[in-house]
Design a binder for this molecule. Structure first.
Ligand code: NAP
Ligand code: GCO
Length: 264
């Protein structure tokens, strides 16, 4: 039964996996036997990531590639096909957030978030699906969010992108399921990474950030998630164990979406 979770002989591309959630997802996939390919925009992040992967005994292949650059994505996919025989597992993880009240947000800022968080998963998925069809199947995992289901102040672009990403997930599943391609989402709750660091910063008087207190009150497990909490669900969605799971978003949120929240 354990073999159904094995990724031996598979090649996984995790976008934006220099650190944070993507790094943990790549580490999990490597631990299950996959070859790891990742990309990011910054050479500094790349250099540190390669060293961090090596420290964990993972030989990861890194590319400096902006996921919104369709030509660069095509070059990456072609190079991986030459070196590894193609991509079996795509994790659309790269993403940004801008926390700005909508009426103060420039449309260029809104578009930047949509481009990276929604258009790029379209670009990367479109680039890998033909080879997956040729290989007889594949796995696409889109990193969604609580904001695929809920809104909150200042994250209009991000929520629009992540809501759209949930529906893109369902549509890829619908359109390409007949080729044995499973496309699912993973929906992290509030995870302690650089992206959420501003929401957890200690106040000037040393007290907890109000948002930190708020999220722990909204989470039945009364804590922030860690990137490591996503490792098992990632292996599940990337492996044969989920071959009949398609168009689903697996929330890894400690129960936030199930819970009305602790009485103040
Ligand atoms: P993070 O710490 O900010 O890391 C983002 C990663 O994406 C970095 O490696 C970054 O490297 C890369 N990246 C950003 N834009 C890119 C682009 N245009 N092209 C290529 N790489 C790019 O974020 P995180 O917290 O790990 O989040 C990862 C994903 O999970 C995102 O999609 C986020 O929306 C989602 N998520 C996060 C949480 C959370 O609570 N943290 C919860 C739910 C969902 P470079 O800057 O070097 O490119
Ligand atoms: C925010 C946070 C969230 C998390 C995550 C929740 O400002 O509300 O950054 O958006 O990143 O997406 O699932």
């Amino acid at each position: 039964m354990v073999d159904m979770f094995s990724l031996e002989g598979k090649t996984a591309w995790v976008t934006g996996a220099a650190y944070g959630i993507g790094f943990a997802m790549a580490e999990a996939l490597a631990g299950a036997g996959a070859n790891i390919v990742f990309n990011c925009r910054s050479q500094e992040h790349m250099d540190k990531a390669l060293s961090d992967y090596e420290a964990k005994g993972i030989t990861a292949k890194g590319y400096i590639c902006d996921v919104t650059d369709e030509a660069a994505v095509a070059d990456l996919v072609a190079d991986v096909k030459k070196e590894f025989g193609g991509i079996d597992i795509l994790v659309n993880n790269a993403g940004i957030i801008k926390r700005i009240p909508m009426t103060e947000m420039a449309s260029s800022e809104f578009r930047e978030v949509i481009d990276i968080d929604l258009v790029a998963p379209f670009i990367a998925s479109k680039a890998v699906i033909p080879d997956m069809i040729e290989k007889g199947g594949g796995k696409i995992i889109n990193v969604c969010s609580m904001m695929s289901e809920l809104g909150r102040e200042t994250v209009s672009a991000y929520a629009a992108a992540k809501g759209g990403l949930k529906m893109l997930t369902k549509n890829i599943a619908s359109e390409y399921g007949k080729y044995n391609i499973q496309c699912n989402g993973i929906g992290p709750g509030y995870i302690a990474t650089p992206q959420t660091a501003p929401l957890r910063e200690k106040q000037a008087d040393g007290s907890r950030h109000p948002f930190d207190t708020f999220i722990c009150a909204k989470t039945p497990q009364e804590r922030w998630g860690t990137p490591e909490d996503l490792m098992g669900p990632t292996i599940f969605l990337a492996s044969g164990a989920s071959d009949f799971v398609n168009g689903h978003v697996l929330y890894v949120d400690g129960g936030i979406l199930a819970y009305i929240g602790k009485q103040p």
